[in-house]
Design a protein around this ligand. Structure first.
Ligand code: AHG
Ligand code: MN
Ligand code: MN
Length: 345
């Protein structure tokens, strides 16, 4: 049986971009390489102490490092080495990362990323991920990247994707021509095309939200959750609640099966928790390319929001089109104002 590897696929699809000279392809290839390196460390996470004890001479620094810092360093190094990326915004870095060397300064792209998403799940062997979002720079080539390169609307993304380190490791990405998923075959060390042209169902039966925050949710969200728990929804049975606490894993499941993921504003967090640049925008690009929707719950498309700062948060509603429309109907009817934090002090 013939397989298509990620690298073969990227080269094949390069002709989708007549203006491009293979630069974006090189960038995506480098992301794939960093993903494999991070995957190796993620797989060993439970062994870190054992390895540390066994070989204190040659096991230094790196193994002890928190995995999200390790992932941050590996992705930055790989993006820089590609020569196509002139700047990076990362959840792990307060400011944008720019380069003094000439090669990366010639790069035409910038990348925003969450190097390790769901990191509270590392210690308990639950799926985690990496999320990335790629833009063409607006600052002049040959100079350092600037803040305006990163504060572009999500509609300007040229590619976005995620890696899920789960029961198997996958890379899912879009360049605006549909969504494709690749599964890492550990025996040959290659990502292989396993999920071509992913389309998300228009309706699903899964709702994903941290219900521990229920009393802090806006009224519209509370009422929508009750709707999900009723029997009179189209399936004739309640929806199923699924929440892992890793956005990538929760989203990936819902993308394939159909569902809705919500991280709304809550009392004390008027913009919710998730970050626009490197969590919501890339996921929004993927869901739209797969036929779904991503909004802030008030009818505003996530990718239309003009970012004002690097680590800006936004309420996030993402998933199957019909479920999104229904949730927004509830928000309009019952309101999206979060309760006053004083009620909980
Ligand atoms: P990160 O590990 O990158 O900080 O992201 C964690 C995020 C996201 O993955 C997940 O959807 C959300 O936090 C879960 O938050 P709650 O624990 O508040 O539900
Ligand atoms: Mn995250
Ligand atoms: Mn993270």
């Amino acid at each position: 049986m013939s397989v298509t590897t990620l690298n073969e696929f990227i080269i094949e699809r390069q002709s989708d971009f007549p203006y491009a000279k293979g630069e974006l392809s090189r960038l995506l290839t480098h992301i794939g390489v960093a993903a494999k390196v991070v995957n190796r460390e993620v797989n060993k996470a439970g062994l870190v102490d054992i390895l540390g004890d066994a070989g204190t001479d040659n096991v230094q620094g790196e193994h002890q490092k928190k995995l999200d810092i390790y992932a941050d360093e590996k992705f930055i190094a790989s993006l820089k080495a590609s020569g196509e990326c002139c700047g990076i915004a990362s959840e792990e870095d307060q400011n944008i990362v720019t380069f003094d060397e000439n090669l990366p300064r010639q790069g035409k792209y910038i990348v925003s990323m969450d190097p390790l998403d769901g990191s509270s799940n590392i210690d308990v062997n639950v799926s985690i991920g990496t999320i990335f979002s790629i833009f063409r720079r607006v600052s002049p080539v040959g100079h350092k990247a600037s803040m305006e390169d990163f504060l572009q609307e999500g509609t300007k993304q040229v590619a976005a994707g995620y890696i899920i380190y789960g029961s198997s490791t996958m890379m899912v990405y879009t360049t605006g021509r549909g969504v494709n998923g690749f599964t890492l075959d550990p025996s040959i060390g290659e990502f292989c095309l396993s999920h071509p042209d992913i389309i998300t169902p228009h309706s699903g039966i899964i709702y994903s939200i941290n219900e521990g925050n229920y009393i802090k949710f806006p009224e519209g969200v509370k009422k929508y959750i009750k709707h999900c728990q009723k029997k009179d929804i189209p399936t004739g049975r309640p929806y199923t609640s699924r929440y892992i606490g890793s956005l990538v894993a929760d989203f990936h499941r819902n993308l394939l099966k159909g569902g809705i993921f919500i991280y709304p504003k809550t009392a004390g967090y008027p913009s919710g928790k998730l970050r626009l640049l490197y969590e919501c925008n890339p996921i929004a690009f993927i869901i739209e390319q797969a036929g779904g929707k991503a909004t802030d719950g008030r009818g505003n498309r996530i990718m239309d929001i003009k970012p004002e700062s690097l680590h800006q948060r936004v309420p996030f509603y993402v998933g199957s089109r019909n479920m999104l429309n229904k949730a927004e109907e509830f928000m309009r009817k019952y309101g999206d104002k979060e309760p006053d934090i004083k009620e909980f002090q």
